[in-house]
Design a protein around this ligand. Structure first.
Ligand SMILES: [Mg+2]
Length: 199
């Protein structure tokens, strides 16, 4: 069984870091709680919007990224020991560039170099469970693949979304919960496919 894990705001605290650097550059203080839609740029003052997206690949942001609590332990201890296959599925090309890839590799015990997929069409990637903070990616995965997904909770994904209607997606903001959810989903997945748990 293969698990697809988004990187920004699921493994790293990207939005928080981007907002910190934006504040340093402009004096405009935005908090995570202000970002109530996935498109962050609309919450930035018009005069700063045109180059706000550049912050996501800014070297200062990449350097300062911190892993979300319990993420590293969960992935290393539970997933990394070959219990499940893992792909890091991101829309951000920064993680296949040297500084981004190094930043990600530093977290994990296993070699990540062949495990990073950069795409804006995540539902075509052959993964059974997707963990993401973007409702559209979760919807695409659930609706196109009929497989389960975990939405990492943030102010920008609080509203109900179309993929939720199938009952295959779950919301949490805690990696310890994700560990348990994966176990439950994996058993359901394997039962449906007649596989054993470790396949
Ligand atoms: Mg993300």
């Amino acid at each position: 069984m293969r698990i697809g894990i988004d990187i920004d705001n699921v493994i790293f605290n990207t939005a928080e870091t981007v907002l910190d650097v934006h504040y340093e550059d402009t004096g405009e203080r935005l908090h995570l709680s202000d970002i109530t839609d996935y498109n962050m740029t609309q919450f930035v003052s018009k005069k700063y919007r045109y180059k706000f997206h550049e912050l996501f690949s800014d070297s200062r942001v990449v350097e300062r990224l911190k892993p979300i609590e319990n993420c590293v332990e969960t992935i290393n201890n539970v997933f990394g020991k070959q219990r499940y296959d893992i792909l890091f599925v991101t829309a951000s090309p920064i993680y296949i560039q040297p500084n981004g890839r190094k930043k990600l590799q530093e977290l994990f015990d296993f070699d990540i170099s062949r495990r990073i997929v950069v795409t804006k069409n995540k539902s075509v990637v052959d993964i059974d469970i997707l963990i993401d903070d973007c409702p559209n990616y979760i919807s695409d995965h659930v609706l196109n693949r009929n497989d389960p997904a975990i939405l990492f909770k943030y102010p920008w994904n609080q509203k109900p979304f179309i993929g939720e209607t199938l009952g295959l997606s779950y919301r949490t903001d805690n990696w310890k919960d994700i560990d348990k959810l994966i176990f439950i989903m994996a058993n359901f997945h394997n039962k449906n496919r007649g596989e054993n748990q470790c396949s």
